[in-house]
Design a protein around this ligand. Structure first.
Ligand code: ADP
Ligand code: MG
Length: 768
């Protein structure tokens, strides 16, 4: 009987692309048909209810109970007209996956009559059996209950499966005592903080700005693997990555896969999941091959951030479901294959206003450039001040494999802004005449001297006219500011979009920042919560400082520029334009005192540092208890992941690899025996003898290291404190993974191909 690997390979031989038929050739014909969007609401809701929901979406106005009943009724009518029989609150607990609990619309009255019903209370609040979701101790000590509550800012949608349709209502998930148990609540709170802080700052430039929202476009990288091969590898099915496997002879060295033509079967899959995504209102725009063989990427058009995050979570689910129909498994793990490019989830982030302005898009007038510079520089400063926290926000056991390995940004946080903008910032920095600000004095001292300092600065308010020639006086105030700030040239420069650095974890790309260190399997809420919180906090600080200069008599532009200039100086060491993949950068970063925390448990410390606690509390994003609970959950998740991997490694090594090696070794022994029996001299079978010995050596190491691994795991399991436990798993258990792997991979190269039980890399990454 052939082994499991060959049986799996046989399945893949005649795989054909699945025929895909879209509802229409024009996406616009069916885009959003499964979404309770404005059109659907308009049709199915009474006027008052419609207005109330729009108010909730656009202004965050609370919806009262009576209106909720009307919305529920309309939603049910819409959903049943589409064939939905059930509804569920759809939420994002800290497990990382989305959660659903389906209830039927169907009800029975006392006299046994059946009817369909959906009440306002069922729409707005549910109490799922929450005991199996992580809570970091919040629920255990207080109340066991958890509630889901409707989030009207993300529209309800219908999920179609082979045997039925379900209305999904995006919700938040909180404990009975109101503490957050999910990803969505902190993100919404962070967005709220950003809105307030950014609107305040916008008032310097435009009084019409009343609402600021963050935008997000998420590029999703993933691998495809044939289901049969996937199922043949216990490590893939259980951990999402291969714990063993020798690099293929032809990997990505040739880089011929990138932007190459998409294999037919993969194309069919992409087409199919795009159709489902379009129906759900997910605006997918781009698809292409990625760097590694069998790696791909898709990206939507950016959206308001809460929606973008929900859509990405939903998309991951949709991809997984659709993949089944195509005999594929989607690997969202950051590093399914060692030595091959990993997968990220680039988070393209910007901030926009109700007046339709992208605040990170350089404008064509000096005034709007001042506004651009304000948000641009504040973002840089926020990242500079909170680089550790940003690093923590993307930390996970799986992303640890990716950061700093094969074409992935390192764990060192830095910002790339491009040559032109670097020059612009340098010019602003160097234009400082008032050395008082630059003198390295503590901030307070500088602020106290602010009044004097302004007399020396060359950046007078454009209206004051001081220091300008007669000719200058004829210029408009804006022109004068442009001249003095020397920033009028930014817009043309930015049209040159070739200045790209693909190695930076956080890069400015023309009108947005791209946070590339986010892992492919992550829920973007976490990094986006952190990014928006730190920027919100930074903008609050900025406003305070600018106002304090203005109070001391400085003109607005002077004050703005003075603070910005100081920020540019303060945050300079986070800017890096070179190759982030190089070893030189690690050295340089060390000199700059930038941290390079390569593993998750210590990286997570930044969540509970004094500074972060203060930040979260002041911005209203987390209470102490909440962030401590979350920290605990993240550590626990890490422990579990490594624990599971350790078990899988032990299992595969002992039950798959060693038996195969012994099997082959026995064949060699028989061969030697046979040769001996027919009177051959030992020189004839030295190769076999050597191999017998080598196999024994590898087996010995694998066995002893696996035993040691089990011992370390037992020790780690006895540790009570979650941080210590995570550190033990990271520093004591995990190192065995590589040693064991090294010997297993050597055996893979020695053992008869006919006997080897684990699908090989070249087989896994080839799409037939
Ligand atoms: P790349 O060169 O990295 O592939 P693209 O120009 O294709 O970049 O854009 C990547 C993502 O950035 C897309 O999802 C796009 O919609 C998004 N994006 C563009 N503008 C913004 C913005 N203002 N805010 C947020 N995301 C944006
Ligand atoms: Mg990108």
């Amino acid at each position: 009987m052939s082994n499991i690997r060959f049986r799996a390979l046989e399945h893949t031989v005649n795989r054909q692309p699945v025929k895909v038929t879209p509802p229409s050739n024009k996406v616009s014909d069916y885009f959003g048909t499964n979404v309770f969007n404005k059109d659907a609401m308009h049709k199915f809701l009474p006027k008052d209810a419609y207005k109330a929901v729009i108010g909730a979406i656009e202004q965050g106005v609370r919806i009262d109970r009576k209106i909720a009943d009307q919305v529920a009724l309309g939603m049910k009518e819409w959903a049943t007209s589409k064939g939905a029989s059930h509804y569920t609150h759809w939420f994002q607990p800290l497990t990382g996956a989305t959660a659903e609990k389906h209830d039927s619309f169907f009800e029975v009255s006392f006299d046994g009559k059946a009817f369909e019903h959906f009440s306002g209370s069922a729409l707005t609040q549910q109490e799922p059996d929450a005991s199996s979701f992580p809570s970091g101790g919040i629920r255990n000590t207080f109340e066991a209950r958890g509630y889901t509550a409707w989030d009207p800012s993300s529209p309800a949608f219908i999920i179609e499966s082979t045997n039925g349709k379900t209305l999904c209502i995006p919700t938040i998930f909180v404990s009975y005592t109101g503490e957050t148990l999910d990803y969505k609540v902190p993100l919404l709170k962070a967005l709220n903080a950003l809105d307030k802080a950014a609107v305040d700052v916008c008032q310097y430039f435009d009084k019409n700005v009343t609402k600021v929202f963050a935008t997000l476009g998420i590029e999703q990288e993933y691998f495809l693997v044939d289901t049969a091969l996937f199922n043949s590898r216990p490590d893939l099915t259980i951990t999402g990555r291969t714990v063993f496997g020798h690099s293929p002879a032809k990997g990505q060295q040739l880089e011929d896969h990138y932007f190459g033509s998409i294999p037919d079967r993969a194309y069919a899959f992409m087409h199919a999941f795009e159709i489902e995504a379009f129906k759900l209102g997910i605006p997918l725009k781009t698809r292409h091959n990625e760097v590694a063989p069998s790696q791909f990427e898709c990206a939507p058009v950016f959206e308001e951030i809460n929606l973008a995050v929900d859509h990405n979570a939903l998309l991951m689910d949709v991809m997984d479901k659709v993949a089944h129909r195509h005999n594929f498994k989607v690997l969202l793990h950051e590093k399914p294959y060692a030595g091959i490019n990993g997968s990220g989830k680039h988070n393209n982030w910007s901030i926009g206003t109700n007046t339709g302005k992208n605040l990170l898009s350089p404008g064509s007038t000096p005034k709007s450039n001042m506004q651009f510079l304000t948000f641009f520089v504040n973002t840089i400063k926020a990242v500079h001040n909170n680089a550790d926290l940003l690093r923590a926000s993307i930390a996970s056991a799986s992303n640890d494999h990716r950061l700093g390995a094969n074409e992935a940004p390192p764990a060192i946080m830095s910002i790339f802004i491009g040559g032109q903008l670097s020059n612009a910032l340098d010019e602003i920095e160097n234009s400082a005449k008032d050395k008082k600000v630059n003198s390295g004095k503590p901030r307070e001292a500088v602020l106290a001297n602010a009044g004097d300092a302004f007399e020396e600065t060359e950046f007078e308010d454009s209206a004051s006219g001081n220091g300008l020639s007669k000719k200058d006086k004829k210029m408009s105030p804006e022109e004068k500011t442009a001249l003095k700030l020397n920033i009028g040239k930014i817009p043309e420069i930015l049209l040159d979009n070739t200045d790209r650095n693909r190695t930076s974890p956080f890069a400015f790309t023309g009108n947005k920042f791209e946070f590339r260190a986010v892992g492919s399997s992550a829920n973007s809420s976490n990094p986006m919560m952190v990014l928006n919180t730190i920027v919100a906090n930074q903008l609050r600080e900025f406003k305070k400082e600018v106002d304090s200069y203005i109070d001391k008599g400085a003109k607005k532009d002077e004050a703005l520029l003075k603070v910005l200039r100081q920020y540019i100086i303060d945050s300079k060491n986070i800017r890096f334009e070179g190759n982030n993949y190089s070893e030189d950068w690690a050295k340089e970063a060390k000199k700059r005192d930038l941290s390079n925390t390569t593993t998750t448990p210590p990286a997570l410390d930044a969540f509970v540092s004094k500074k972060s606690m203060k930040l979260f509390e002041e911005t209203g994003v987390f209470t102490h208890r909440e962030i401590e609970a979350r920290h605990e959950i993240m550590l626990e998740t890490y422990v579990k992941k490594i624990q599971i991997e350790a078990r899988v490694i032990g299992d595969l090594a002992m039950n798959h690899v060693i038996p195969a090696a012994v099997n082959y070794q026995t064949k060699l022994v028989e061969s030697v025996q046979g040769l001996k029996n027919i009177g051959m001299k030992p020189e004839i079978y030295t190769a076999q003898s050597d191999m017998i010995r080598e196999i024994s050596e590898h087996i010995t190491v694998i066995k002893t290291q696996t035993d040691a691994l089990i011992e370390e795991r037992k020790k780690a399991n006895r540790i009570e404190n979650m941080r210590d436990k995570a550190i033990a798993y990271c520093d004591k258990v995990r190192p065995y993974f590589d040693t064991i792997r090294e010997h297993v991979d050597k055996l893979e190269m020695m053992v008869d191909d006919e006997i080897w039980p684990l699908a090989k890399y070249r087989e896994l990454v080839t799409i037939r």
